[in-house]
Design a protein around this ligand. Structure first.
Ligand SMILES: *[C@@H]1O[C@H](CO)[C@@H](O)[C@H](O)[C@H]1NC(C)=O
Ligand SMILES: *[C@@H]1O[C@H](CO)[C@@H](O)[C@H](O)[C@H]1NC(C)=O
Ligand SMILES: *[C@@H]1O[C@H](CO)[C@@H](O)[C@H](O)[C@H]1NC(C)=O
Ligand SMILES: *[C@@H]1O[C@H](CO)[C@@H](O)[C@H](O)[C@H]1NC(C)=O
Ligand SMILES: *[C@@H]1O[C@H](CO)[C@@H](O)[C@H](O)[C@H]1NC(C)=O
Ligand SMILES: [Zn+2]
Length: 418
């Protein structure tokens, strides 16, 4: 028995014995720091990865709310801290487990295996990707990029309606952060529209590009959110005795460890011991390199906060075609708001949320100078956070597709007038 086999056997036993982690009476607070001390206190809480506080968004400057999940036994301590340093507290979710249970009920009530009225498992998504390669052959082909830490392929599809579009390739990435389920739901919806819509504008957009869709970029983490811990964010690589996982969106080899990351394996933003330490990031970077020069666009989907983000995250400087991408971004956000009134903010990662280095978007933009690079933070603004109710999947996907269509329309209008 070689090492590989031993490893898989152990892993299976571990998974089958593992109980699902429960979040009974855990609350999600929106905390707004009102002083420099309050900001410092939040940073300290975030850095103490094992402290029990689970940060759902990142700490920003004074006045910027941050969403934090808090176990029941920590609520008193948090209230005391808030009073001491000057921090407003608002309850967003009163009982996280209730929300997780509601999501699970939607899954079991749904009859067919795959759809957009519930969140799909990794197997369902991969089966569906395989099915559409049969249904839409030869325009859709399956891609397996091997292997993640737990031995999975990262499954994607290439959509191409004919030769000649290779230098207009578009790459769509979602669920690099495992718990951001709405992102895979949205990108599979958009993929389905590109294949099946009869609208002339959409047909034209679909057929004038080659598309690469990787709905689940971090399959080990995504599977873990379904089997064990709904709130898991990172990879599953064990980096310390107590804590697993690095943040796969802080691990890319472009200004890696240039601020806005953590060196402590127990935090949510652990950058990993070195660039591309995480197998999922390394193998996807090799795949992206093989088509890097052909990309016209790279779009990365996250949740939540309702933001349309522009590189870079490592520096406050406005580089390359920032001005163009900012203007297009404003129009895109306007288009997004038209359908349901959902409001997005547009700006660089650094300015809009926080400094963050080692992201996939920074790497793509920095290495290939891809003209169109955006990162979406989808719905909502913290009311449900990662536990966005399944009845919001279709509206989220529709408005996001509206905004994506606008990005391409405005970009080509720009190119034509230059
Ligand atoms: C894939 O196609 C098969 C055969 O048509 C069907 O039974 C199955 O439900 C489909 N799975 C998904 C996830 O669409
Ligand atoms: C594949 O694309 C071609 C060219 O656009 C189209 O004519 C054909 O109908 C497509 N096939 C399927 C199965 O959708
Ligand atoms: C990845 O692994 C799968 C399953 O083992 C295999 O079918 C596929 O050919 C591999 N792909 C690559 C690119 O090596
Ligand atoms: C894509 O760009 C490469 C490099 O510039 C070029 O060699 C190739 O012919 C282009 N392909 C198409 C279909 O225009
Ligand atoms: C086709 O889609 C575009 C973009 O979403 C939209 O503006 C247009 O109204 C649609 N056309 C029809 C006939 O529905
Ligand atoms: Zn994310």
């Amino acid at each position: 028995m070689n090492f590989q086999t031993t490893f898989f056997v152990c892993l299976c036993i571990q998974v089958s014995l593992a109980e699902k982690i429960r979040y009974d009476n855990y609350k999600v607070f929106s905390l707004t720091p009102r002083s420099a001390d309050a900001v410092k206190a939040l940073y300290e809480m975030e850095e103490m990865g094992m402290s029990g506080y689970n940060f759902w968004s990142r700490v920003g400057p004074v006045g910027t709310p941050v969403q934090v999940m808090v176990p029941p036994y920590k609520v008193g301590e948090l209230e005391a801290t808030a009073e001491k340093v000057g921090m407003d507290m608002e309850v967003m979710l009163g009982n996280v487990q209730e929300q997780i249970d509601a999501e699970a009920r939607a899954e079991t009530e749904e009859e067919s295996g795959f759809g957009w009225t519930k969140y799909n498992t990794l197997d369902e998504i991969n089966d569906w990707l395989e099915n559409i390669t049969v249904q839409y052959a030869p325009n859709v082909t399956l891609l397996h990029v091997n292997h993640t830490y737990e031995g999975r392929s990262i499954v994607g599809v290439k959509v191409s309606f004919g030769p000649g579009n290779e230098n207009r390739s578009v790459f769509i990435e979602s669920t690099i952060h495992a718990r951001e389920w709405i992102t895979a739901a949205t990108t599979t919806y958009i993929l389905n529209e590109l294949l099946s819509s009869e609208n002339a504008t959409i047909r034209n957009l679909a057929e004038s590009h080659d598309w690469y869709f990787f709905p689940v970029f971090n399959p080990d983490g995504y599977e873990y959110t379904h089997t064990t811990d709904r709130m898991w964010r990172k990879t599953r690589v064990p980096h310390s005795i107590l804590c697993s996982g690095a943040d796969p969106n802080r691990n890319w080899d472009y200004y890696w460890n240039h601020g806005g990351t953590s060196g402590s394996p127990c935090t949510e933003t652990f950058r990993g011991p070195q660039p591309f330490s995480e197998p999922c990031c390394r193998i996807m970077s090799e795949f992206i390199t093989s088509i890097g020069e052909q990309l016209v666009a790279y779009i990365s989907f996250h949740s939540f906060s309702q933001l349309l983000l522009i590189p870079y995250g490592y520096t406050p400087e406005h580089l390359e075609n920032y001005e163009q991408i900012y203007q297009i971004g404003l129009k895109s956000a306007e288009a997004l708001a038209q359908r349901y009134g959902t409001q997005y903010r547009v700006g660089t990662v650094y300015e809009t949320i926080y400094q963050a280095s080692g992201s996939s978007a920074d790497w793509v933009k920095g290495v290939f100078k891809t003209p169109i690079v955006y990162g979406y933070e989808l719905r909502d603004q913290g009311q449900y956070g990662f536990l966005l109710p399944p009845d919001q999947i279709v509206p989220t996907a529709e408005e996001t597709f509206d905004s994506l269509i606008t990005i391409f329309r405005e970009y080509y209008a720009d190119v034509a007038t230059q």
